[in-house]
Design a protein around this ligand. Structure first.
Ligand code: CP3
Length: 351
């Protein structure tokens, strides 16, 4: 069954504090290399970035997982690094090596960045993708827009790409470098305008991805994680974009309740290491929780997958968005994803 009563969208119901017609389910990286139909379109586009900037093809890969799996949302196909690129940073994705960016490590480099171009023109193809998707999506599916959080985007800008420890960015934060604060300010403004444009084009919910939020302890979390995300939420509202925000501050653990209160997000995404008991008993009474099945459990399948699903279904469905603790990996077997969704639907109906 994929039709909500009266075209109701389960994800929106939960985010508005209402009882959903069923437990909302979607997955981070639900579009991607584990799907053969994605690999075909990606080859047709030429490169990953060409795919992101081709509205018809980006919309097509966004819709692919919804044809296979009975999920409740589509997430815009794009990347968090399109924003720094639109601000003026050179960006390339090299085969098998991940992203490469021209490093930003001083005030002069920050001053060269534009926080106006992302909303004005550079990201127009992304808004066009959103527009196509709102027309094409089935009635039960909610369209999620997104951006990276300032801290996470800054780590890629400062390090010049992926980095296992992000030491230069963490040391700049530890030393309280003025250029890092200036970079945060520009990212807050550009991100809020970018999200507001996605909402104007048809995004119904937005998620802010702070993949590396767990890098920072108590003394620094307000300045680089909680504060910037709160300011994005406030600026979006001021720009007229009043939609629920999901904050995914990965790895902050027991700081999630304070993060939720202090940012004003409607839901928090939880990493795979967060105890489900903490999500259910401590977090869910305060804020909607999203997550947190380990993506590796979906690769392993069998009883770890089944037990992981059962554990998450102990969270009341009006306070939970079923998801992973991080995105699907390319080696994920599609049949395990099918099994997982079938199991969620079957056990939830029975419970
Ligand atoms: O389905 C979805 O979730 C929507 C699309 C999406 C992508 N990236 C597509 C993508 C989203 C929401 C992202 C977010 C993103 N991008 C994050 C935050 C979430 C996370 O995963 O932690 C980060 C850190 C990035 C930056 C990024 N993009 C890296 C480091 C890489 C290279 C590593 C890799 O997995 O290849 C990417 C590339 C990327 N973004 C791919 C996809 C489908 C793979 C590109 C390909 O087809 O080769």
């Amino acid at each position: 069954m994929t039709e909500g009563r009266n075209g109701e969208q389960a994800l929106l119901s939960v985010l508005k504090g209402e009882r959903p017609w069923r437990r909302p389910v979607w997955f981070m990286r639900q579009a991607g290399r584990y799907l053969e139909e994605y690999r075909r379109v990606r080859a047709q586009a030429g490169s990953f970035l060409d795919l992101c900037y081709s509205p018809e093809l980006a919309a097509e890969v966004t819709l692919q997982p919804l044809r296979r799996f009975d999920v409740d949302a589509a997430i815009l196909f794009a990347d968090i690094l399109l924003l720094p690129q639109a601000m003026g940073v050179d960006l390339a994705f090299e085969a098998g090596e991940g992203p490469r960016l021209a490093p930003v490590r001083d005030m002069a480099a920050v001053e060269r960045l534009s926080d106006a171009r992302p909303a004005a023109e550079a990201l127009a193809p992304v808004y066009e993708t959103v527009h196509i998707l709102r027309r094409e999506l089935p009635g039960h599916a909610t369209l999620i827009g997104f951006c990276g959080a300032p801290w996470t985007v800054a780590t890629y800008m400062v390090e010049g790409g992926s980095s296992p420890e992000r030491l230069q960015t963490r040391m700049a934060a530890m030393r309280g470098e003025a250029w890092l604060d200036a970079l945060m300010d520009k990212l807050v403004e550009a991100s809020a305008a970018y999200l507001a444009r996605q909402v104007a084009a048809g995004a119904q919910v937005v998620q802010i991805f702070d993949t590396w939020a767990g890098d920072l302890g108590d003394g620094l979390r307000e300045r680089y994680v909680t504060g910037p995300i709160r300011r994005i939420v406030e600026r979006m509202k001021a720009m007229g974009a009043d939609v629920p925000v999901i904050g995914f501050a990965r790895g902050i653990g027991a700081a999630q309740p304070a993060f939720a209160r202090e940012t004003g997000v409607a839901a928090v995404g939880c990493e795979a290491s967060m105890p489900v008991g903490f999500m259910r008993d401590t977090l869910a009474p305060e804020v909607v929780v999203q997550g947190n099945l380990d993506p590796l459990a979906v690769i392993a399948g069998g009883t770890v997958l089944e037990e992981g699903v059962r554990r998450l279904l102990t969270i009341p469905k009006e306070r939970h968005i079923f998801n992973l603790g991080h995105g699907f990996r390319p080696e994920t077997p599609v049949e395990n994803v099918e099994r997982m969704v079938a199991l969620i639907r079957e056990l939830d109906d029975a419970g």
